[in-house]
Design a protein around this ligand. Sequence first.
Ligand code: SF4
Length: 330
Amino acid sequence: MKLSDKEIMAINNLKGRLPLRITPYFASLIYKSKYSDPLRRNVIPVVEELLQHTTEQSDPLHEKSFSPVKGIVHRYPDRVLFTVTQVCSNYCRYCTRSHSVGRLDKLGRQDFEKAFNYIAAHKEVRDVLISGGDPLTLTDETLDYILSNIRSIPHVEMIRIGTRIPVVLPQRITDNLISILRKYHPLFISLHFSHPAEITDECAKACIKLADGGFPLGSQTVLLKGINDNVPVMKELMHKLLKIRVRPYYLYQCDLIPGSGHFRTTVRKGLEIIKGLRGFTSGYAVPTFVVDAPGGGGKIPLLPDYVVEHNDEKIVMRNYKGVLCEYPEK
Ligand code: SF4
């Protein structure tokens, strides 16, 4: 690929930062792209990434302080995050966990056992989100081992896997993988899409195969300046997702990780996008816009200002066309 000076300088200065990694499949999508191409900007660093703003921190969601045992983050009362690997197939330059992903800090069998024991000892945990890194970079055997151990804990009602594999390595969604995952229903799969151009024929095939396996599919998108920060691109992404049976789930305000300033938009921009979607397209195509509160406050959903006045008598609301409507409270 022909790289720009800004890209070469950034790549040469990545030491200690999120590494560069791109699958051959994803590279084929950006091989002859312009420097400003949205898919290229997802994976190829530019010099702005080397600049750290004072508001940015390496672990903005304070996941380390919510981690009782290696691999587990227990922030919310009834569910845990289980980061089973730090490896991904592609590294997204805006990754929230850029402080930990890409490092070769593997969980050993003992770490896995400790994590299973923690979940088993905490009866309030009814939902386990297996994430990373990307769990689908693990072998089928390791995934089977992890899932069978979690599924054997009686109080775990649902399991989720967070992955970007169908977008960056769709060939990984094999028949064998599906037959392993199918043993552990109810199993939800949270995907991660940034731009409509990611939905190629290969990606669509992988998602439809997962949907046919019976896994409810949701998508999370990070709001990124110059990539997807406008209504037409976001609407096209949401429509294309629904066509491949993926339900838009969250739209995230970009987290305050070091070197993310060039990706971040204002929160106002996110609200503007939601306002441009709600009412103008199917409700299924409208994700929930959230800010993951810096310092570990959790996800906070935000809505455009639809409430004009609210008292004991009535609520006055503004609809998507700006028309005022009233509903009585008595
Ligand atoms: S796939 Fe997810 S965990 Fe991996 S680099 Fe991208 S955002 Fe981070």
